[in-house]
Design a protein around this ligand. Structure first.
Ligand code: RIB
Ligand code: CA
Length: 307
């Protein structure tokens, strides 16, 4: 039985690679792709999702969601993903359009009517997920898990304390982490280890038409990461998808995670209670270790499978 999933994303270079991994897997049934503002504005992230899927010959429901966070002004990441949000390869215009219904309506409808519990894989700010949960709390009963790319037990990549997806919409993240739905948090603790090395990107480049396009995405995306002292490019969002395909790729611990929404220096922090000092029950399985080699092997095989 394939795992029914909905991927919520803000393409974004790593989001695009995550989508390609998901659609190449025989373990997943992607019921829909929903799009949120984050790495770039919503019109751009929507166009990017449609262009990447079209390039790969994939068609599915793509539903546009929130153009801004729940209460804060939108923060985007052009310095990482460029003005288009997907700078690098020349991608043709989309072969199909969005479904016309808002992302949260698509999520609610698909989850309510799925004969099998659905796994949500958010890899951008959590605005659409929060809106779906706030609009229709009943869907919690038919959610298997939310496996999200976001947060960090230690450190941040947008501020010293906060990871980008959580920082953009900390109020939405708080709704998700307090929802009671089982959560796997795939944060910087593992995604910074899950780097694609330059020599591995050359394997992708030689691996066919889609591989060449992905390698060109990585060529652009790689510019941003030397400042972190990395040898390669962190595959943040693909790792969240991979952790649904094969949960043994990451080692997790059930921990309490609270979201800071007030701090001058710490807003957007995922505050992870390693020693149980809050005496609040764990609400997330936090990924702390990753089998990088096995993950990258899965990713390269998936991209090559498009030809
Ligand atoms: O911090 C990394 C996350 O922010 C990834 O999802 C990347 O696509 C950006 O959205
Ligand atoms: Ca993303």
């Amino acid at each position: 039985m394939r795992i029914p999933v909905i991927i919520d994303c803000d393409p974004g270079h790593d989001d695009a690679i995550a989508l390609l991994l998901a659609f190449a897997s025989d373990r997943l049934e992607v019921k829909a792709v929903t799009v949120v503002a984050g790495n770039q504005t919503l019109p751009k992230t929507l166009n990017n999702a449609l262009r990447v899927l079209s390039f790969a010959g994939v068609e599915c429901e793509v539903a546009a969601g929130a153009a801004a966070p729940l209460v804060r002004p939108l923060v985007t990441a052009p310095q990482v993903h460029g003005e288009s949000g997907l700078d690098g390869p020349a991608l043709p215009e989309p072969a199909f359009g969005p479904s016309g219904r808002p992302a949260w309506e698509a999520i609610i409808d698909i989850v309510r009517n799925s004969p099998q519990k659905v796994t949500l894989i958010p890899v951008g700010p959590l605005t659409n997920i929060a809106l779906a949960l706030l609009t229709a709390p009943d869907i919690k009963d038919n959610l298997e898990r939310i496996t999200l790319m976001g947060g960090a037990a230690r450190g941040g990549n947008w501020t010293p304390a906060a990871e980008f997806n959580i920082l953009v919409d900390p109020e939405a993240a708080r709704v998700v982490f307090e929802s009671g739905v089982p959560i796997t948090m795939v944060g910087l603790d593992v995604t910074h280890e899950a780097q694609l090395y330059p020599e591995e990107n050359e394997v992708l480049r030689a691996g066919g038409r889609v591989g060449r396009m992905v390698a060109e995405l990585v060529d652009f995306y790689a510019r941003f990461h030397p400042r972190f002292g990395f040898k390669g490019s962190p595959m943040h969002d693909p790792l969240a998808v991979a952790a649904v395909i094969d949960p043994t790729l990451v080692r997790t611990r059930a921990l309490r995670v609270d979201i800071e929404t007030q701090g001058l220096h710490t807003t957007g922090q995922t505050v992870v209670d390693f020693f149980g000092v809050t005496e609040r029950p764990p609400n997330a399985d936090v990924a702390l270790e990753v089998d990088r080699e096995r993950f990258i092997r899965m990713l390269i095989e998936a991209i090559k499978s498009y030809g």
